[in-house]
Design a protein around this ligand. Structure first.
Ligand code: SF4
Length: 213
């Protein structure tokens, strides 16, 4: 059924206002606007000490309508400077592996649990992740993905609230609220352990298949 016909039938049934409002809420433009609002808030956020050393907070980027979101732990030095997620060496590896699956990075949304860079690229503390998690939750509420591909043990811990042995648990699919978590390595780990590159590639491929099946 064409969109115009669909709207006409709903108008006849008295649903005109509700239908149009829901359509508006779900447009890509509307999603981008809402994400931009979160971006404005995090640039001013001082909820945890990570704000003290940041150049800027890094919200995330990509397709706001994606069924798959890649989530790391926090921005690093390059990300902090450029204001974009996964643009350093680990990010370049992630981009290359996504492209090796036949997709483009821009097709998906990419972000981190913490929006500000921890000093010296240390792992964010549980408290810092807890403080920042509501922003990620708001992003996910807007994007409404089906699958969250968690890159590394720290991102997985933020969702599961327990220790995660990523070498044992990678490849796991876990129900979380109305979404699926797909656990895999952080690309930075693969840079240190190049023999695991094919494993990360296969995981990314599987996460994409899961999201779009
Ligand atoms: S890491 Fe998150 S909670 Fe902490 S200051 Fe940055 S935006 Fe705020």
């Amino acid at each position: 059924m064409g969109l115009k016909k669909h709207i006409r039938i709903l108008q006849e049934l008295g649903y005109e206002y509700l239908y149009l409002e829901r359509e508006m809420e779900n447009t890509v433009e509307e999603k981008l606007k809402k994400l931009e609002e979160i971006n404005r808030v995090i640039q001013e956020c001082k909820k945890c000490d990570l704000h003290k050393n940041r150049t800027q907070a890094v919200l995330g980027e990509g397709n706001p309508d994606s069924r798959l979101v890649f989530i790391g732990e926090a921005p690093g030095g390059d990300e902090d400077k450029q204001g974009r997620p996964f643009v350093g060496r680990a990010g370049k590896l992630l981009t290359r592996l996504i492209e090796a699956t036949g997709h483009k990075r821009e097709e998906f949304y990419i972000t981190n649990v913490c929006k500000c860079r921890p000093p010296g690229n240390r792992t964010p503390t549980p408290w810092e992740m807890e403080a920042c998690f509501p922003y990620l939750r708001q992003q996910l509420d807007i994007i409404q993905p089906k699958v969250l591909c968690l890159l590394g043990a720290t991102a997985a811990r933020a969702f599961l609230n327990r220790h995660v042995a990523i070498t044992k648990e990678r490849g796991s699919v876990i129900n979380w609220e109305d979404k699926l978590l797909y656990l895999t390595y952080h690309p930075a780990y693969v840079l240190r352990n190049p023999s695991e590159e094919m494993t990360l590639f296969e995981d990314i491929k599987r996460a994409i298949q899961l999201a779009y099946s």
